[in-house]
Design a protein around this ligand. Sequence first.
Ligand SMILES: NC(=O)c1ccc[n+]([C@@H]2O[C@H](COP(=O)([O-])OP(=O)(O)OC[C@H]3O[C@@H](n4cnc5c(N)ncnc54)[C@H](OP(=O)(O)O)[C@@H]3O)[C@@H](O)[C@H]2O)c1
Length: 263
Amino acid sequence: MKNILFITGAGSGIGKQASVEMSSLFGQLILVGRDISKLKNTKESILQKDKSHADDSIIVYSCDLGNKDNIIKMIKDLDKTLSQALSISLVNNAAIFNGHQNFIDSSTDDWNNYFNINLMGSVNLTQAILPYMKAKSFKDNAVIGDFHCIINIASTAGTRVVSGLSAYGSLKAALIYWSAALALELGDKNICVNVVAPGLIDTPIHDFYSKDNKNSEHYKQACNAQVLKKMGQPKDVVSAIKFLCKSSWVTGTTLTVDGGISV
Ligand SMILES: NC(=O)c1ccc[n+]([C@@H]2O[C@H](COP(=O)([O-])OP(=O)(O)OC[C@H]3O[C@@H](n4cnc5c(N)ncnc54)[C@H](OP(=O)(O)O)[C@@H]3O)[C@@H](O)[C@H]2O)c1
């Protein structure tokens, strides 16, 4: 019986950092994304750093979370591992971001993609994993291993209105509402459900801030717009994820990690 970290979008950015930094807290990791080579790279980083893990204690699984059938197949394939879980920490982190776009220019496809991946990917995956959490409930809880938790990665775009983010922000707002509603439903099962809402974080999701171009005006302006005058780093978000994985008396909340931009 192992404590499982089930994390999506584990091949890059916040998901990769969380997987590597938190690996020692869990006996079994399940790393999900679409690009298997990126996931294998994350696994390799963990194996190099964390000698407590063997090859079979880190599963990498390629799944397009925008497709419910794929999610159902993945969970079927992982049934044995999930059935043997002592506890499950599910981090719904995978999402797409296609840059700023005026509403008038957004297409039905743009909205559908955000809906299917950024909202329904988390909804469908959670629904598929919940039976495994409910099968092993805890009366009292204190640390990882003594309770199940679900952490949904939203965005400050879901809590404060930003020009050009009507589609992305609307679905992140829906993710936050759904998370709180789920927290209410799962309280009597001792399953904690929380949200981390990052602000601007330096990850590959911002293709327009090219890594080679940190001296660009665009990048400088983005940094200067932050109260702390810099972009956040993935590790800043991981601190919040780690806190919630360990906090059995916190549920239904949104933890904002945004360098103060929401002030
Ligand atoms: N960086 C920021 O400024 C920022 C701000 C607010 C919120 N966030 C949120 O933070 C989370 C992590 O983003 P990030 O910044 O770390 O960006 P990232 O490096 O681009 O990570 C996003 C991950 O999601 C995965 N993904 C995308 N579509 C998928 C799909 N259909 N099925 C499975 N996996 C999929 C990608 O994996 P593949 O490439 O393998 O598909 C990728 O690893 C997201 O929820 C994002 O909305 C980020």
